[in-house]
Design a protein around this ligand. Sequence first.
Ligand code: ZN
Length: 79
Amino acid sequence: MQGEPDSSAVPVALVQARQCAKGYWVWRVSVCPYCGRQHTHGAGDGPRPTGLGHRSAHCSTRSDDAARGYELRQLGGTS
Ligand SMILES: [Zn+2]
């Protein structure tokens, strides 16, 4: 685990990859840092999920905080 300095002050959302039907990947946020709910983000349809990093939060209740989004980081991942 490499802790890279992060001055953007965007919270980290830990995610796990799930592969849906038709080979489409999603990232599942188990606990949103803003609203505490689960969210899913599209991760493409390639051989591996893509799209980690900064994403918009998918909170049903929009707030100024949630508008900053969060950084998706794979739970237990090495990259
Ligand atoms: Zn949320």
